[in-house]
Design a protein around this ligand. Structure first.
Ligand code: SAH
Length: 254
């Protein structure tokens, strides 16, 4: 079987964040699959077919891309950021595991990208400078009580938390509820970073505290970094503050 499937991370939006490997893989592909707004970020190339789909259709998109590759084509599936972080790489693996035997014989490669939490962190200092974790606040694929249990565990263990998918039109209350939950474990002055559309034209990065976090607007293009008791803010004249988590932590930090 000669078909090839590449699962490619585009980074957060700025073309300078696209790795050379990702760029080469996209140029070489005969067919591109992905969420429509991500596909629009990929420069057009003659002779390359495009197969945009909706955000919610990850499983169907994965199966369509695999079927196409199994016909012998060189196919690329794109994700924003890194494809392995709340994105298409796991959907492709799920489809291969559940799918026909011949999909296992395909040449499948995963091309990493800069994930949103790294792009946001780089805009503000070093909030992920000590132990951290990443959680998706979406309860589309897991029950909300599990999200709460993970928030409790992460905050009480003294981990910085990168929150993906904080808010959507279908999930208006979850973010406020998550902040309330975190107040059980963390002081009101805990720094919170909001990174909106980082690497895109309307980029905005704001720093607030856990006490005020509910009032800061967040949406599907926002990544939120919740600090720990150790996370610090350095005020600077005429510049945005630096937020960082020191490399060393006390034995019990939560
Ligand atoms: N695979 C992506 C994440 C997909 S989940 C990655 O590695 O970045 C989608 C969530 O990622 C969004 O709700 C938001 O929380 C975050 N995100 C993606 N791109 C972003 C950007 N440019 N700026 C801020 N957050 C972003």
């Amino acid at each position: 079987m000669t078909g090839r499937l590449a699962v490619v991370g585009l980074g957060p939006g700025d073309p300078r964040y696209l790795t050379p490997e990702a760029g080469e893989t996209l140029t070489a592909a005969q067919a591109l699959y992905g969420y429509a707004p991500y596909l629009e970020c990929v420069p057009a190339r003659a002779g390359q077919s495009r197969h945009p789909s909706d955000n919610r259709e990850e499983s169907a998109r994965a199966a369509a891309a695999l079927r196409h590759a199994a016909q012998g084509a060189n196919v690329a599936v794109v994700s924003g950021g890194d494809p392995g972080v709340f994105a298409m790489a796991a959907a492709i693996c799920e489809a291969i595991e559940a799918g026909p035997e011949n999909w296992r014989a395909l040449d499948v490669v995963f091309v990493p990208g800069i994930t949103a939490m790294l792009a946001v962190a780089a805009k503000i200092g070093a909030p992920l400078g000590h132990d951290f974790c990443a959680l998706s606040l979406s309860d589309n694929l897991k029950p909300w009580p599990l999200v709460e249990r993970r928030l409790d565990a992460a905050a009480s263990a003294g981990l910085v938390i990168a929150l993906y998918n904080p808010v959507s039109r279908a999930r208006p209350w979850q973010f406020g509820s998550a902040m309330e939950r975190l107040r059980r474990h963390l002081p009101p002055a805990t720094p919170i970073v909001f990174g909106h559309a980082v690497g895109r034209p309307h980029e905005r990065v704001a720093v607030t505290t856990l006490a005020a976090a509910g009032a800061t607007p967040a949406d599907m293009a926002t990544l939120v970094i919740v600090g720990t008791r150790e996370t610090r803010m350095i005020a600077r004249p005429g510049r945005t503050p630096l937020v960082y988590t020191p490399r060393a932590a006390a034995e019990v930090s939560a």
